[in-house]
Design a protein around this ligand. Structure first.
Ligand SMILES: *Cc1c(COP(=O)(O)O)cnc(C)c1O
Length: 389
């Protein structure tokens, strides 16, 4: 097998054009109208009609009963973990192959991230490896599941739908149930992605979305908590709005809570963006098709395809390098493409290698380490679906 990096750059150029960034926001709908209306109303902050409207749109689009809009995805995940009962010293099972926010949110909730391995078919947590790991370390006690090596409680499992591709939920959900570990989805990248026809983020006890500027839709900064449990959703809203007790004038609060409410002006942007979501997902799926065609027949590299059970939003398209010496070829592609003005990026540095997490508990992470050498993310803005610009 011969590998020719010039062919890779040529294929990238044929899809993304002469210059392209990794992911751009797009404002082609009612964004200006809603923002103007929001400013005219003077309700730009934590009160106003767009927040509720945005939450309704999110719940409807994802088929979940409740959505609570918050300031960002990290805060959403932190509150999800707290509502699942994660407390001081508890361990939370998270993928090593994720954005740093997944682990940071665990620490913000008082817990310790416990890193687990990935699956090449989904890029998400490997159910097989997790099952073997739990069989080795888990000890079931009356009040929950414990890690017998560290003595800490295993208080939650947080699969992440990597680059928008749904994890194998049919395997992970029974595993979580068997060990009585609450499952929370980090769905920050997978708004618009379906698992066997049902929306990601609607399977766990609760889940977190992000609307950061690089996500499939954006509110500038923002996030949301999704849940089908009305009591949990009520608690999420209460905790993210300073735990204020409703009253016409008095300031009474019944616990130490957070100021995490999404401002109305961000929600106004979100409402316009949500109207474009179906069209955006279709465009991104069409862009993935263009990448499949462009890389057909190029040796040593393939474009990652959604698992057979999934209908993915293809948030970020991913090249997977095959064969020997992937890290060197990855670095060559990164160098050549970025120098040519086509923005490409490696996978995140695996979380257990970041200085603050080198001591964190973990399983063997050989598949994640292999994937890290093989992943190159390529320009994925929706407008590239029709040849760019
Ligand atoms: C973007 C992202 C987050 C956090 O979202 P912010 O809104 O940036 O705080 C969490 N997890 C993953 C996997 C993400 O990609």
């Amino acid at each position: 097998m011969s590998f020719n990096s010039e062919l890779v750059i040529e294929a990238l150029r044929s899809v993304a054009g002469a210059r392209a960034v990794l992911h751009e926001p797009e404002f082609r709908g009612k964004e200006w109208d809603y923002l103007k209306d929001c400013l005219d109303s003077t309700f730009v902050s934590s009160v106003g009609r767009y927040v509720g409207q945005f939450e309704t749109m999110l719940a409807e689009a994802t088929g979940t009963a409740h959505a609570v809009a918050v300031v960002n995805g990290t805060a959403a995940l932190q509150v999800c973990l707290r509502l699942a009962g994660v407390g001081r010293g508890d361990e939370v099972l998270v993928p090593a192959l994720s954005f740093v926010a997944t682990a940071n949110a665990v620490v913000h909730a008082g817990g310790v991230p416990h890193f687990v391995d990935s699956d090449t078919a989904t890029l998400g947590i490997s159910p097989m490896k997790l099952a073997a790991h739990l069989a080795e370390i888990a000890e079931e006690r009356e009040d929950g599941c414990y890690n017998k090596q560290s003595g800490a409680r295993l208080a939650a499992l947080v699969p992440m739908h990597v680059f928008g591709h749904p994890v194998d939920l049919d395997a992970l959900l029974p595993l979580a149930a068997r060990y009585r570990i609450p499952l929370i989805e980090d769905a920050a990248e997978s708004l618009g992605s379906l698992y066997r026809g049902r929306h990601t983020g609607s399977f766990g006890l609760c889940s977190a979305l992000s609307f950061n500027g690089n996500k499939i839709i954006t509110t500038g900064g923002g996030g949301a908590i999704l849940s089908n449990d009305p009591e949990l959703a009520r608690r999420a809203k209460h905790l993210t709005t300073t735990a204020k007790l409703p009253h016409p004038w008095a300031f009474d609060h019944d616990e130490i809570a957070y100021n995490y409410r999404l401002p109305n002006i961000n929600a106004a942007l979100g409402c316009a963006q949500m109207e474009a979501l179906p069209e955006r997902v279709a465009a991104k799926r069409a862009l993935a098709e263009r990448y499949f065609a462009a890389f057909e027949g190029i040796d040593g590299v393939r474009v990652f395809r959604e698992p057979e059970y999934a209908r993915s939003n293809y948030w970020l398209n991913t090249l997977l390098l095959d064969g020997e010496d992937c890290a060197a070829r990855r670095d060559e592609i990164l160098k050549l493409s970025n120098e040519a003005g086509i923005m490409t990026r490696p996978a995140w540095t695996l979380l257990h290698r970041l200085p603050m997490y080198t001591q964190a508990p973990r399983d063997d992470l050989s598949v994640a380490e292999d994937l890290e050498r093989r992943i190159v993310n390529v320009p994925s803005s929706a407008h590239l679906a029709n040849g760019g610009n």
